[in-house]
Design a protein around this ligand. Structure first.
Ligand code: ZN
Length: 264
């Protein structure tokens, strides 16, 4: 390991020692997160360290009457940490480096107005629409979520992971375009990624055109970027569903996120 990397690791280790989420608070928070049950103790330890680092380096901002408790902040940071902890295994940089294009999470206690205008293109396509949202990501901004829609829920019957959905958009944006194609790891195959996602996207669109029940949330059919973000929600929150309906997409996401939620 080069000297500069050794120093970076030492500085990070020092920060982690000083800022680690207290054990009692950590257990209190993850007890409310069914998603954490799939991780074994060493994975949980890694996730706790990453969540601690996210709390130290990112700003969590409560607005419009949202009241933060330490437990809510830990749950939000832990959701983010779950999504990226596998990246520690990637050669392309640490997990935190994959979060480099955002610095804040703005949290509403309710759905919020997106502040956009209704814009119709010259050929009649609605390209921008005003309305209420439960999550939003801006290319040069932070992540905005509705806590009431995102908080862990034991009875949730479908994938609905707002923060992970928005973080998926941020990962997608790391290589410039928001097109459902994040920068892939060197050991992944671009062609296989495109084949898996294009086929599944087309299949979902066909289900909707033919009036059939869609295999996953039909919002995924909006465009390939939304398909990737919605697939990410299913990958973490309803992995068995994604693996059953779009196995090739599930497989590509195991390679990308470097974890297999359905098997762990
Ligand atoms: Zn989206």
């Amino acid at each position: 390991m080069r000297l500069i990397q050794q120093l970076q690791h030492q500085v990070l280790a020092l920060h982690l020692k000083r800022n680690k989420i207290p054990l009692k608070l950590w257990h209190q928070a993850i007890r409310k997160m069914p998603i954490m049950q799939r991780y074994h103790s060493s994975q949980r330890m890694q996730i706790r360290l990453l969540a601690s680092e996210i709390l130290r380096t990112k700003h969590l901002i409560a607005i419009k009457g949202m009241v933060f408790t330490d437990e809510i902040k830990v749950i939000i940071a832990t959701q983010a940490a779950i999504m990226v902890y596998g990246f520690e295994l990637a050669k392309e940089g640490s997990a935190m480096s994959w979060l480099r294009n955002w610095s804040q999470i703005i949290v509403y206690p309710m759905p919020f107005l997106n502040g956009r205008e209704n814009i119709v293109s010259p050929n009649g396509v609605l390209v921008s629409q005003s309305g209420l949202e439960s999550g939003e990501t801006q290319y040069q901004g932070g992540i905005v979520i509705d806590w009431n829609d995102d908080k862990p829920h034991r009875l949730r019957a479908h994938a609905n992971q707002v923060l992970m959905h928005e973080m998926a958009h941020k990962l997608d944006m790391l290589d410039g375009d928001t097109n459902g194609h994040p920068p892939l790891h060197a050991d992944m195959n671009e062609r296989e990624w495109f084949m898996a996602f294009e086929e599944a996207f087309e299949s979902l669109c066909q289900q909707l055109i033919k009036g059939r029940k869609p295999a996953i949330n039909p919002y995924a059919a909006t465009n390939p970027a939304e398909f990737f973000a919605v697939s990410t929600e299913y990958f973490f929150e309803a992995p068995a569903v994604l693996k059953r309906v779009f196995p090739a997409v599930y497989h590509q996401l195991t390679l990308f996120y470097k974890q297999s939620p359905q098997l762990d």
